[in-house]
Design a protein around this ligand. Sequence first.
Ligand SMILES: Cc1cc2nc3c(=O)[nH]c(=O)nc-3n(C[C@H](O)[C@H](O)[C@H](O)COP(=O)(O)O)c2cc1C
Length: 272
Amino acid sequence: MAKSNDSIKKILTVAFALCIVCSIIVSTAAVALRSKQQQNMELDRKSNILAVAGLYQEGDNVEEKFKSVTPRIVVLETGEYSDEFDPQTYDSFEASKDPAQSITLSGEKENAGLARQEKYSTVYLVGDPENPDQVILPIRGQGLWGLMRGYLSVQGDGNTIEGITFYSHAETPGLGGEVDNPRWKAQWDGKEIYADSESIAPAIGLVKGGASSETEVDALSGASLTSNGVTNLVRFWLGPQGFGEYLARFRSGVDSKEVEDAATDSNQTEGA
Ligand SMILES: Cc1cc2nc3c(=O)[nH]c(=O)nc-3n(C[C@H](O)[C@H](O)[C@H](O)COP(=O)(O)O)c2cc1C
């Protein structure tokens, strides 16, 4: 005769009770750790912003260093600053999913593999916000396996690249995943976005077989598809559809302060 503890009913009861206890522990841990996870993600995002501008070393206090960076909202279509949203909390990636805050991309405009694009984006100014040493721009686009997200830092001349980083991607380690290799990223320092001062169409791009000009960066070896993705996304975000109008203000020497002052003056004249 089977012992009472070996009965099917008891085994199922214990298994069921164990499942309930475990699921309560797992969900409690998930809820309790959510805010910590979000804090860590925010810290990681900030350290990437600092790193692309060459302002972060391992072990630095991220929050402290981030005080030297000023976030501002830019209207992509005009390149002007906007106070419509709080730059501390505005999330351009989330906005790109909201039809009210974004536009649909099709045809040539879909080059970076993005179906929608936000109307407003956040830029991060390094140094004096009226005359920044660098502007850090969020960039994203499709790689071979999925969306690549990162930042690109441009010097105050609106043309010279300071650095690039990809903090989120699904490319294969050793192939497309080399977008995150510090040695490959180091090549971007000093590269130029535009071939001539008048053009708003970026010339910067990845080339196979070795970069031979200021607007060329070595492609990733054995990863042409990821390389094409990187070229497409940097040209998209640095071109007229992205931050082209915004960067043009720096390139023409019209800094943001003058633009804002001019807008205030014209409002006052109209109001008089
Ligand atoms: C398992 C596997 C993973 C791959 N991952 C990538 C990748 O992340 N990025 C990429 O561009 N190519 C990747 N490739 C290679 C592409 O299929 C393609 O061969 C390559 O992009 C061609 O680049 P090449 O012209 O520089 O040789 C992968 C191939 C295999 C078999």
